[in-house]
Write a protein that binds this ligand. Structure first.
Ligand SMILES: Nc1ncnc2c1ncn2[C@@H]1O[C@H](COP(=O)(O)OP(=O)(O)O)[C@@H](O)[C@H]1O
Ligand SMILES: [Mg+2]
Length: 319
């Protein structure tokens, strides 16, 4: 039975809800009729090539841009009418995050604590907690401009967290950071999620997306799919792509990519890897076409699909 109290509980667990969210810049539609829900505590990856509308979506959800049409709520608050209340509850690490280069690590955090009006009585304790979380305690007196990319990223994260937001938007937080720092940054994100912060993160690193609870794929302003990595792979690719041994390899890839129903053919080491866009095109179609073109075809096997494969397929279907 759905009584009033558990109806409210259900509503409370939805932290982001968008319905037909759309943003136009003049004639150009940057975000096109996007609808999704995020539950409290999720780590959601928002993927898509440059210009696909990821940042514009986030800016609307943060109350920085008004939608042209459609609606969205953040923690039950309307993004147009409750902007100020939303800002107090969310953290936003933008793609071009602003640190004050000539201030120290500590001074940057103190500045943001001021912006968010953290009470004086709790400020020191809160900043110490952030320094420790970000591993910046021993660097608190360092001038920000002298930090490496990875440490700057951590400081920017700390600044976005200084007011204990329940929802954190991270816009390409790890672009330009070395692989080790990238992994360490993700450890921080998981810790935050573990403690209950909802994370909405854009990335174009597919390995990062594999670690998100659910993933949304944006392309040309449209949200093409939104599900768990496992469900996306099994739904769109039945979990697998074909790897085919054939020589000459370059010609093989070229022929394969021209076969109708092939979303993508590419070289993976000394094999050709094929993502099929429809069920009518079978392995037999592929090998017969190759042989008819004088290619020596060897073994073919199913390999585990990646999210990148799914994205290629979805983009192919859309285009
Ligand atoms: N303020 C703006 N005015 C005009 N066009 C914009 C503006 N902001 C973004 N766009 C355009 O909207 C599209 C989506 O941009 P964006 O949301 O930044 O994409 P992403 O973050 O996925 O790279 C791009 O083509 C971009 O040039
Ligand atoms: Mg962007």
């Amino acid at each position: 039975m759905l009584n009033k109290s558990n109806l409210m509980a259900t509503n409370r667990s939805i932290i982001i809800k968008t319905e037909g969210l759309t943003k136009k810049f003049g004639e150009f539609t940057a975000v096109d009729n996007v609808s999704f829900e995020v539950q409290r505590g999720e780590v959601v990856g928002y993927l898509g090539p440059n210009g696909s509308g990821k940042t514009t979506t986030i800016r609307m959800l943060c109350g920085l841009l008004h939608p042209s049409s459609g609606h969205a709520q953040v923690n039950g608050l309307d993004i147009v009418h409750n902007t100020e209340a939303i800002k107090r509850q969310i953290g936003y690490m933008s793609q071009k995050f602003a640190l004050y280069d000539d201030l120290t690590v500590l001074e940057n955090l103190q500045f943001y604590a001021g912006v968010y009006e953290i009470p004086r009585a709790t400020e020191k304790q809160q900043i110490d907690k952030i320094l420790e979380m970000a591993g910046l305690t021993t660097r608190q007196k360092s001038i920000s401009s002298e930090l490496s990319g990875g440490w700057r990223q951590r400081l920017a994260l700390g600044c976005a967290l200084v007011h204990n937001p329940i929802l954190l938007f991270l816009d390409e937080p790890t672009s330009g950071v070395d692989p080790v720092a990238r992994r360490e940054f993700w450890d921080l994100i998981y810790n935050l999620a573990h403690e209950g912060t909802t994370i909405f993160v854009t990335t174009h690193y597919m390995d990062e997306a594999e670690h998100c609870g659910r993933v949304g794929f944006m392309s040309n302003g449209r949200l093409l799919a939104f599900d768990t990595p496992r469900a996306l792979k099994s739904h769109y690719l039945h979990g697998a792509a074909w790897a085919i041994a054939a020589t000459p390899l370059l010609e093989t890839v070229d022929i394969l990519s021209h076969i109708p129903g092939v979303a993508q053919a590419s070289m993976h080491g000394d094999l050709a890897q094929v993502i099929l866009a429809d069920e009518k095109t079978t392995l037999q179609t592929l090998t017969e076409t190759l042989k008819a073109n004088g290619i020596a075809v060897g073994k073919a096997e199913l390999v585990e699909a990646t999210l990148e494969d799914v994205f290629v397929l979805l983009a192919h279907k859309q285009g």
